[in-house]
Design a protein around this ligand. Structure first.
Ligand code: SAM
Length: 225
């Protein structure tokens, strides 16, 4: 079973949206599990301090390496084979391909940064894989961890009702998805494209592929390279 462990200063935020709808049902059905650990539980002073000022000066605070390492080692001892991920705007962008890899693995240990970030030495010492969810900066890693987990967990067999529908989704075959339509036949003067109601599955598939190509060319030409 895919098992996710989150290390965070805000464990009460979890499961949040991950406990709703198909993901929540998948959790209840035992297809995956989630546990959030309070980083402050590993602090060693009575104020439960987990951060300190940046060496070399500058604004903000940095998460201490010794406390974070202790939390990681407790949640995932060295023989735990799950990847150790640090949510980080400096990380490799999250992709559908990486989500698939993670979904077929044993799970993930995910560290949510806060403040200015995390001491570099613990990133190196615990070989944390830095993963970004986009080129912008959030206040903390919790929402980013939820994004990563939502992308991964929906790919776990059994979590989504109809796995077939996944194959044509955006990014699955290097293209963006074609436009979707449903009833009513006419909406504010706009009709459903006639080909989609023709019943000719060959023509429909061809039309959808062409639409996917055109959309990808217009919006994400980088995907076609
Ligand atoms: N000083 C850091 C920098 O400039 O790269 C930003 C720190 S940010 C305020 C605090 C935490 O939010 C990060 O340590 C990270 O865990 C999380 N975070 C922010 N933006 C993120 C993103 N785009 N992807 C993943 N995590 C992000």
């Amino acid at each position: 079973m895919f098992s996710a462990d989150i290390i965070t200063l805000f464990p009460e935020l979890f499961p949040g949206p991950l406990g709703a709808s198909v993901l929540g049902r998948g959790m209840n059905d035992g297809l995956w599990s989630l546990h959030a650990t309070q980083l402050r539980d590993f602090a060693t002073d009575r104020h439960r301090t987990v951060d300190d000022t940046p060496s070399g000066g500058g604004a903000g605070m940095v998460l201490r390496p010794d406390i974070l390492a202790q939390a990681i080692d407790t949640v995932a001892p060295p023989d735990d084979l799950r990847p150790r991920i640090l949510m980080s705007p400096r990380g490799k962008p999250l992709t559908q391909a990486r989500a698939h890899e993670l979904a077929t693995g044993p799970g993930a240990v995910i560290v949510c940064g806060r403040f200015e970030g995390v001491d570099q030495r613990v990133i190196e010492a615990r070989q944390l894989e830095e993963v970004s969810i986009g080129d912008y900066v959030l206040a903390g890693g919790e929402v980013a961890a939820m994004v990563l987990l939502e992308a991964v967990v929906r790919l776990i067999p059994g979590v989504l009702g109809a796995p077939d529908s996944r194959d044509e989704e955006s990014f699955e075959n290097g293209l963006l998805e074609y436009p979707q339509y449903t009833r009513p036949q006419t909406f504010e003067g706009r009709d459903i494209p006639a080909v989609l109601t023709s019943g000719d599955h060959g023509r429909i598939a061809k039309w959808r592929h062409q639409q996917s190509l055109e959309l990808t060319q217009a919006r994400r030409p980088d995907l076609l390279k």
